[in-house]
Design a protein around this ligand. Sequence first.
Ligand SMILES: Cc1cc2nc3c(=O)[nH]c(=O)nc-3n(C[C@H](O)[C@H](O)[C@H](O)COP(=O)(O)OP(=O)(O)OC[C@H]3O[C@@H](n4cnc5c(N)ncnc54)[C@H](O)[C@@H]3O)c2cc1C
Length: 383
Amino acid sequence: MLPQLHRHPWMGEEIEAFREQVRRYVAGELSPNLDGWRRQGFIPREVWRPFGEMGFMLPELAEEHGGAGASLAYQLAVQDELAKAEVPANTAVHTIAAHYILDYGTEAQKQRWLPKLASGETLAGIALTEPGCGSDLKSLRTRARREGDEYVIDGAKTFITNGFSANLLVVAVRTGDAGSRGVSLVVLETENLAGFRVGRRLEKLGQHASDTAELFFDGVRVPASHLLGEKEGNGFVQLMSQLPYERLLLCVPAAAVIERAVELTVEYTKQRKAFGQSLADFQNTRFKLAECATLAHVVRTFINDCTQRLLDGTLDDEAAYMAKWWCTEQQGKVTDECLQLFGGYGYMAEYPIARLYADARVQRIYGGTTEIMKDLIARRLLA
Ligand SMILES: Cc1cc2nc3c(=O)[nH]c(=O)nc-3n(C[C@H](O)[C@H](O)[C@H](O)COP(=O)(O)OP(=O)(O)OC[C@H]3O[C@@H](n4cnc5c(N)ncnc54)[C@H](O)[C@@H]3O)c2cc1C
């Protein structure tokens, strides 16, 4: 069934073997616990320690930073397998945070944080969004005031993935005047950090195993050496220049979920009977399945092309924006069409298709909304 979708041009035998290891680990150690994690609303941080020890957390980091010196393709293979198994995006966010430190941190900062992020001893989150600003990040208000060798942080963040479970956060703060040039990134080690408080764990439409929290900073003091990079005011540029890679971390799961939805629906419609025949015998079902399988193929082909260009260092921002909005919109469309073919069972949370549908909705919102992606593409087109 859809065999060609699983052959990735950028994948060699070594990555396939690695992917197989990840798949087996996820099936044996993570999948059996997912229902419990959904009920409690978070995946315990300790779960990621053995995952990191297996080399699955940040394989792309250099050995001196705790990784395996592998290519980014290995990380994308991990995200692909996690998404297929319905494990939410917690490690994608962790990966993005680690890459900020890798790309902008001083050597001392890399030595301090990266090995523990790679081993899974530390779980990271990225805190950008605030109650008053999401898409319009440059208007953020959480302030970091310099006092001697420290920053004193006051403000609030919301919708933060891993906000409850993380013990390290990359936080966007205002160190200067209004606008993008006044934004910096600081790294917070949050365990026993005075003035730092996790607020509510927010109840969501989907992604129930992933914690999404409010965070409060009330006179939080961090050493000035925790400013990411050498000088203040670079935060916005730092955030923007990581984006093509971040977008792919969200697109690969879109491709994986679309494929899974089609597989589940083919199986179901073959065995479910109505009016004396299987659902798969109705022409409407056959056409819908054909349409969804075509989208699965086109999405995967697009993502493979973007991945290859990312690995070659030629992935342009526009292609990444296009991939982010288009692939996640197809994820919404395919999971919706597939759910319809399950009838009432498709609406029941115990059926994976119901969860894939609900989990998919946020993909068009976080990591830059569909509208913001289109705006960015249009700006380049019309410049
Ligand atoms: C489950 C979940 C997890 C998340 N995880 C994180 C996280 O880990 N870290 C983090 O920092 N944030 C996180 N977010 C926040 C997410 O990135 C924001 O929700 C997103 O950027 C949109 O911001 P907003 O919610 O403030 O919506 P708004 O910016 O208020 O947008 C509302 C609507 O207006 C549209 N809009 C806004 N500006 C324009 C424009 N210029 N042109 C056209 N339309 C526009 C938007 O597209 C959207 O449809 C998460 C959100 C969710 C739901």
